[in-house]
Design a protein around this ligand. Structure first.
Ligand SMILES: [Zn+2]
Length: 192
């Protein structure tokens, strides 16, 4: 995965200058998707006194009465206690399973599989739904794992927010500003 860290020598338009949003403990609010605000939202939060500016872009916005450099990193003044458990959503199931089919490991053409089929009373819950590619899903059909001889590579479980953060760190976005790097910890190696 190629990650490009933009340096400050080339000035982008304000629209290309999102602010990384950190909690009051200087950790990102979210890794995946990475917590970013538009420059407008970042500046609004500065004026509402809700955030500290941690780092700035070279770019500035002007009005007749003032000039302000765009924030590249802001931190919340009030700590937001992260939820312990994330919502049960399609995206979060994929993230728990690291966007890999739990039967064969491919990461494309992903859909969902009920380990115990719905026709056998299987429920749509963290403990019974896994990411599966369409071919595996089709192959397993409405059969029980033992009958199909298809078992998920990890037993499906209800993840904590911490689990999803950890997995999200394996998927850095394509764009990362250099000023963000002190606050982000990615699993993958970054290009210098
Ligand atoms: Zn598969």
């Amino acid at each position: 995965m190629n990650v490009h860290v933009q340096n400050a020598t080339k000035l982008a338009s304000p629209e290309a200058c999102p602010a990384l949003v950190l909690n009051a403990d200087y950790r990102p609010l979210s890794y995946f998707p990475l917590s970013l605000w538009s420059w407008q939202d970042a500046i609004k939060a500065v004026f509402l006194d809700r955030v500290n500016i941690v780092s700035e872009y070279e770019q500035a916005v002007h009005s007749p009465s003032f000039e302000m450099r765009l924030p590249s990193v802001v931190s919340l003044k009030s700590y937001i206690k992260p939820a312990l458990y994330p919502a049960f959503t399609r995206f979060n199931v994929f993230l728990r399973d690291r966007f890999e089919c739990q039967y064969c490991g491919v990461s494309h053409d992903l859909t969902f599989d009920h380990v115990i089929p719905r026709s056998r009373g299987g429920q749509t819950t963290w403990e019974n739904v896994v990411a599966a590619c369409s071919p595996c899903n089709l192959k397993k059909g409405g059969r029980m794992p033992a009958h199909a001889e298809m078992f998920p590579s990890q037993r499906p479980y209800r993840p904590t927010v911490h689990d999803l953060h950890r997995n999200g760190r394996a998927f850095p976005p394509n764009y990362l500003h250099e000023s963000w790097m002190d606050y982000l910890y990615w699993d993958t190696e970054l290009e210098p």
